[in-house]
Design a protein around this ligand. Structure first.
Ligand SMILES: [Zn+2]
Length: 666
C-alpha cells in the first residue's frame, strides 16, 4: 500500500462508507432550469440558481423552449419563477404533463401555476418566514422546521395527488409533493435561491438543505431509456424559433433538433444556409441530433422569406419552416442614441463622456437623485451621496464633460421610491413622520405617499433644482409610479379618495380591490402620480422653458395603469413630457417589436419615443452587437426618434457598440 493512488482510493472508500449520504447524492441527474429571461419572459433571473446547483455538483443546463425535444434531454425540469414565462408554445402545459407521465420530474418554486395534480401557487404571503415541516414524506426527510431566506412566499392549492410537505405560521400549505404517471412533482411557493424574490443567488443554509432533499426525492425511478421511449414515440422536428428577424449585414443562427425513434444517422438540410451538426449528446440516443443553422444576409437586403428545413433518417422525413425577416431600416434624422448611466467611481464623467462620443452615442440619462438622496451637491436633498463631496459636484462635472463631447445630458431622478436611495436615519425619520406609504395589513412600503403635500414639495424641489441650477439638456422622471398594486392605504389617501369619489368606504382597504370600487381605485392611483407630473412639469416649463422633460416608463402599456398607477400616455397627451422612454427591456426581439408598435399606436401621431433597450438590465444581458442592432432597427421601424440602452457598464457597453460604429453611421 505504498502507492499514493491506492491510499487515496482507500481513504475515498472509507469516507463513502462512513457517510452513505455522500455517495448516495443523485449527482448523475441531468437538471434543466427554464431560463425565463432567455425566453423573453419576466421574473427572477436563474443564473445564481444555476451557479449554486453546479457548485453543489449537479449537472445543470438552462433551456428556453418547453417543446418535447428540449424537455427530453433532462431527468428533471426546474421551473423557478413562471409568472410570465415569455416565449412558450401553445401546448407547453400538455407537453410538460406528458413529460412527467413518461417518468420525468418537475420542481416548481415561487410563482408557479401548473397543478400537474400536485399543487399550484395561489396567493402571496408577505413577511412570513417560519416554515413547519409536515412529517412523514420522504421528500422532506431530515429537514426540521426553519426560517426561509426570503421574507415572502406563495401558498399552495394542493391537487388530488399532492401531499403537503411544509406549512407556514397560519397553517397554509407552502410545499407539496406527488406522483403523476411514472414521474414526480414538487410544487413550492418558497422562492428558493431568490433572497429578494427578484433575482437568484446560489442557495445557502436552509434553502440549500431543503433543495437537496427535494432533488433527492425527485430523482426519477425510471431509466432515461424508458422515459424517452414513452415520451418520444413519433418523429419530431424542433426549431428554436418560428420566425426570425435580423439586421441586414449580420448573419443569424438558430438551432434545429430532430428525433426519429429507433432510426439511424439523422441529417438536416436547409437551402441558402449553412448547416452544422452539433457535437453528439452522448447522453441521448443516436436518433436524436441537433444542428446549428447559420443564415448569411447581405448588407443591402430587405426581404421576408421562408426557409425550409428538411430532416431525414432512412426513408423517414420531417419538414419545418422558419420565417426570416431581414430588416434594413434607415435611421431617423438626428437619431437619439443614448444610455442610462449611474454615478460611481468607475464611471467618472471625464472618462465616460468621451467614451460615449467615441462609441457613436450622443445622449446620457444620468441617475442623479432618488428618495431623499442626491448623487451631486444638492442644496435641497438631505442625503448627499456624491463621490466628489465635499469639494466637488458630480453633476457640474458631468454637465461640463457632456458639453465638451457633444453629449446631450438628461439627469434623472427616482421620484417616488425612497428605500435603498436614502440613509437609514432619514428613512426612520420619514417613517416616524408617517410620510411613507401604507400597504395591506398596515405594513409600511418605503415609497413616498403621493397624497401628502410635504412629499410633493420634496419631489418638486429636486427636479427644479436640477433644471434651474445646472447646464443640462433635460430632466427625466423615473420610478414615477407605485411600487406595485399594493398601497397607499394611509389616512391621507383614504380622505382624498373619499373626497374625490364621494364614496364612504365601509371596509378600508378591502373594498378597493373588488367591484364596484376597484376601477375607481385604479383611476385614483393614476391621478395621484399624474398630479405629481403635472405639477412639476408646469413649474419646469415656467422656470426653465428650454429644458426637455422626459420619463422612463413601464413597457406594458396599458397594464401599467392598474399595476403601478402609471398613466404615461396621458402625460404625453397633456404636454407634460417632451419625449418618453418606455423601458422595453427584453432579450425577446419579437416581444420588443410588439411593444414598440403598441407604444406608437397608443400615443398621439408623431409624439417622440426613444425606446429603452435592455443591454444589461434585470431582464438579462445582451452579448451580441447584432441583437442591439436588431432592437435599434425595430425601434426605427416603428417610428422611434432613437434608443436609450439600460444601462451603461464600463467595458460591456463598448463591447456592444464598438463593433456597431460603422453600422450606426452619422
Ligand atoms: Zn398615502
Amino acid at each position: 500500500m505504498k502507492n499514493p493512488y491506492k491510499i487515496a482510493l482507500v481513504v475515498l472508500i472509507s469516507i463513502c462508507w462512513l457517510s452513505p449520504e455522500l455517495w448516495a447524492e443523485p449527482r448523475n441527474m441531468r437538471i434543466g432550469v427554464f431560463g425565463v429571461h432567455q425566453a423573453g419572459g419576466d421574473g427572477a433571473d436563474c443564473q445564481g440558481l444555476v451557479k449554486g446547483l453546479r457548485e453543489s455538483g449537479y449537472q445543470v443546463d438552462i433551456f428556453t423552449n418547453m417543446k418535447p425535444l428540449s424537455l427530453a434531454r433532462f431527468d428533471l425540469v426546474y421551473l423557478s419563477d413562471m409568472q410570465r414565462p415569455g416565449r412558450v408554445h401553445e401546448n407547453w402545459r400538455k407537453d410538460l404533463q406528458r413529460y412527467v407521465k413518461s417518468g420525468g420530474s418537475v420542481l416548481q418554486t415561487w410563482h408557479h401555476h401548473l397543478s400537474l395534480g400536485v399543487g399550484s401557487g395561489v396567493k402571496r404571503i408577505f413577511d412570513s418566514r417560519r416554515m413547519a415541516v409536515v412529517p412523514g414524506h420522504p421528500a422532506i426527510d431530515g429537514i426540521a422546521d426553519f426560517n426561509a431566506t426570503f421574507k415572502d412566499h406563495i401558498i399552495e392549492k394542493v391537487g388530488p395527488s399532492g401531499t403537503p410537505l411544509l406549512k407556514n405560521d397560519a397553517g397554509d400549505i407552502v410545499a407539496a409533493a406527488g406522483k403523476l404517471g411514472r414521474g414526480k412533482v414538487i410544487s413550492t411557493g418558497l422562492a428558493l435561491a431568490m433572497p429578494n424574490g427578484r433575482s437568484s443567488q446560489p442557495p445557502k443554509g436552509n434553502d440549500l438543505k431543503l433543495l437537496q432533499a427535494f432533488l433527492k426525492w425527485l430523482e426519477p425511478e425510471v431509466t432515461q431509456k424508458q422515459r424517452l421511449s414513452a415520451f418520444l414515440q413519433k418523429p419530431e422536428l424542433e426549431i428554436s424559433v418560428d420566425s426570425l428577424s435580423t439586421v441586414a449585414g449580420f448573419p443569424t443562427t438558430f438551432t434545429v433538433t430532430a428525433a426519429f425513434p429507433g432510426g439511424k444517422s439523422v441529417t438536416v438540410e436547409c437551402p441558402d444556409a449553412e448547416v452544422n451538426a452539433s457535437p453528439a449528446d452522448t447522453k441521448m440516443p443516436e436518433w436524436v441530433r441537433s444542428f446549428v443553422i447559420s443564415v448569411p444576409t447581405a448588407r443591402t437586403a430587405k426581404v421576408e422569406k421562408t426557409l425550409t428545413i428538411l430532416a431525414r433518417s432512412g426513408d423517414q422525413r420531417k419538414e419545418g419552416k422558419v420565417l426570416l425577416n431581414i430588416i434594413n431600416q434607415t435611421p431617423p434624422e438626428k437619431e437619439m442614441r443614448g444610455v442610462w448611466l449611474h454615478v460611481g467611481n468607475d464611471r467618472h464623467p471625464t472618462k465616460v463622456m468621451p467614451e460615449l462620443k467615441r462609441l457613436g452615442l450622443n445622449t446620457a440619462m444620468l441617475r442623479i437623485a432618488g428618495g431623499t438622496a442626491a448623487f451631486f451637491a444638492s442644496k435641497v436633498q438631505p442625503d448627499i451621496q456624491d463621490p466628489l463631496a465635499p469639494d466637488g459636484d458630480w453633476l457640474e462635472v458631468a454637465s461640463r464633460e457632456a458639453r465638451a463631447n457633444g453629449i446631450s445630458l438628461h439627469p434623472y431622478v427616482n421620484n417616488c421610491v425612497v428605500e435603498g436611495r436614502t440613509s437609514e436615519k432619514t428613512l426612520a425619520k420619514l417613517r416616524d413622520a408617517g410620510r411613507l406609504q401604507v400597504g395591506r395589513n398596515g405594513r409600511i412600503i418605503n415609497w413616498f405617499c403621493p397624497s401628502q403635500e410635504v412629499n410633493l414639495t420634496a419631489m418638486e424641489a429636486i427636479m427644479l433644482e436640477i433644471a434651474t441650477r445646472y447646464d443640462v439638456d433635460g430632466v427625466q422622471y423615473d420610478f414615477i409610479r407605485y411600487n406595485n398594486s399594493d398601497g397607499c392605504y394611509d389616512d391621507y389617501c383614504r380622505a382624498l379618495f373619499e373626497k374625490e369619489t364621494g364614496h364612504k368606504v365601509a371596509n378600508w382597504p378591502e373594498d378597493l380591490n373588488k367591484p364596484p370600487l376597484v376601477d375607481e381605485w385604479t383611476e385614483f392611483r393614476c391621478r395621484r402620480i399624474s398630479a405629481i407630473v403635472e405639477r412639476i412639469s408646469t413649474k419646469i416649463r415656467q422656470q426653465a422653458p428650454k429644458i426637455k422633460i422626459s420619463a422612463a416608463v413601464f413597457r406594458d402599456w396599458p397594464d401599467c395603469r392598474k399595476a403601478v398607477g402609471q398613466d404615461w400616455v396621458r402625460w404625453c397627451k397633456e404636454g407634460w413630457l417632451d419625449f418618453v422612454c418606455p423601458m422595453n427591456y427584453t432579450l425577446n426581439d419579437e416581444l420588443f417589436a410588439k411593444r414598440t408598435e403598441i407604444h406608437r399606436d397608443a400615443l398621439p401621431a408623431g409624439f417622440p419615443v426613444a425606446q429603452g433597450i435592455g443591454i444589461a438590465s434585470g431582464r438579462g444581458t445582451m452579448t451580441a452587437p447584432a441583437q442591439v442592432a436588431l432592437q435599434i432597427s425595430l425601434a426605427r421601424k416603428f417610428g422611434a426618434i432613437g434608443f436609450v440602452g439600460f444601462a451603461y457598464k464600463p467595458k460591456h457597453t463598448a463591447t456592444l457598440f464598438q463593433p456597431l460604429e460603422e453600422w450606426l453611421g452619422e
